[in-house]
Design a protein around this ligand. Structure first.
Ligand code: AAL
Length: 396
């Protein structure tokens, strides 16, 4: 019995060795079939017959090309009412629209510092963006900004937006102006669900009229574990957007309205890219809704604040902060299926929560839309709005 067993073992090892050699031979032969000598030369690869995993990835992903999708950023201070001010939180600027030669931006504003969730006092701020409102500012040159004033305030007690309205985006469409933004209903607990609201105006300076109900809500297939106000204790995590729908960005696309948004998940964990943050999209025939979440959601596996623009009949995107594909530029020919076009960041950090200038002609080049815009930064514990520009590009 023993003799048979050892000969069987020997035969198995022999078979395994043969198949490895076969595989090596196949690999050694494989690249010549797939890879042109020109591409190998372009990539500076020494020997086409012994490609490393990195070289195979470079060939697969086309790392040698796409320079027009790559850029660097420079971030600078702006003057006027939306720059740094001790004690005041100014963050998450919307896109910048231009109306009769004047630029307009909408942003989150709140006063005083945040104390977290452990104070036991429901009236104390829990996050910098808690007890916030949406303000409007304008500029004629993009450098000096003046507050127009409050655009959208918090709702009355008991309303779905009575605690905070924040992180706005704006769309000008058919002579009207649409703000979409995050909403929180008091009390602002760790587990509170965040929704998206909409307000409409006939002028960029308002007055703004809110819709009576949110236009987007988190998915409802997550399940908390126990009653502790802890967003990480769950029985079921649910979908990528089971806790919060955030960072809404409204685009008019393919004769419909695409509401791109960031999802935050109940029981959120860290993966190899850090926080598991993903984007989704909800689509409507009419701008005031109803918005239906795409069956393809989540449509990214990374990113944080939504930053998207029209390009070549599709939608381009800048993903920053979170996930294995953070700090990439991506493009979806159909507005849904995004592919990586370049990796940014590296020697210069991309802008945080970029608000793009919607009057820029975006078709001139893949990143023409990023020529300049607004973003936010932190100083002495306070958030304030700054300007970004891109400066390494071919023809702009
Ligand atoms: C922003 C947005 C959401 C987050 C916080 C305020 O950049 O992603 O709104 O909750 O940060």
């Amino acid at each position: 019995m023993k003799a048979t067993k050892s000969s069987l073992t020997f035969f198995m090892v022999f078979l395994a060795l043969c198949s490895c050699q076969e595989k090596d031979k196949k690999d050694a032969v494989e690249p010549q079939k797939k890879v042109s000598k020109q591409l190998v030369k372009q990539l500076g690869i020494t020997n086409i017959d012994s490609l490393s995993s990195a070289s195979k990835r470079a060939i697969e992903m086309g790392y040698d090309a796409n320079a027009e999708w790559w850029t660097k950023f420079r971030i600078s201070d702006i003057k006027g009412d939306i720059g740094f001010e001790e004690g005041i939180v100014k963050r998450d600027p919307s896109a910048v629209i231009q109306v009769d030669g004047t630029y307009y931006v909408y942003y989150t504003k709140s006063y005083g510092k945040a104390y977290g969730f452990k104070t036991g006092d429901p009236n104390k701020k829990v996050f910098p963006w808690d007890l916030s409102e949406i303000w409007c500012a304008k500029s004629t040159d993009g450098f000096m900004w003046y507050d127009v004033g409050l655009a959208v305030g918090r709702g009355s007690k008991g309303a779905y937006d009575d605690r905070a309205v924040f992180t706005p985006e704006v769309l000008a469409h058919n002579g009207k102006y649409y703000l979409v933004y995050q909403t929180v209903k008091a009390p602002y607990l760790n587990r509170v669900k965040n929704q998206v609201g909409m307000a409409i105006a006939d002028s960029p300076e308002g007055p703004w009229k809110k819709l009576a109900t949110p236009i987007l809500s988190p998915s409802d297939n997550g399940k908390w574990l126990g009653n502790e106000d802890n967003r990480f204790l769950v029985e079921e995590k649910g979908d990528f957007d089971s806790h919060k729908v955030h960072d809404p960005c409204l685009m008019h696309y393919k004769n419909k309205f695409y509401l791109y948004y960031k999802g935050e998940r109940m029981g959120e964990e860290h993966t190899l890219g850090g926080r598991e943050i993903k984007w989704g999209v909800a689509i409507a025939d009419h701008i005031e809704g109803p918005y239906k979440k795409s069956p393809y959601n989540p449509i990214t596996n990374s990113g944080h604040e939504v930053c998207v623009w029209h390009y070549q009949g599709g939608i381009a995107a800048m993903l920053t902060s979170d996930g294995p594909e953070n700090n990439t530029i991506q493009w979806a020919a159909d507005g849904i299926n995004f592919d990586i076009k370049s990796h940014i960041g590296g020697r210069t950090k991309p802008p945080h929560a970029a608000g793009l200038v919607r009057s820029i002609q975006t078709e001139k080049a893949p990143l023409a839309a990023l020529k300049w815009g607004l973003c936010f930064d932190h100083k002495n514990g306070w958030d304030y709005i700054r300007r970004f520009e891109t400066y390494v590009q071919k023809a702009l």
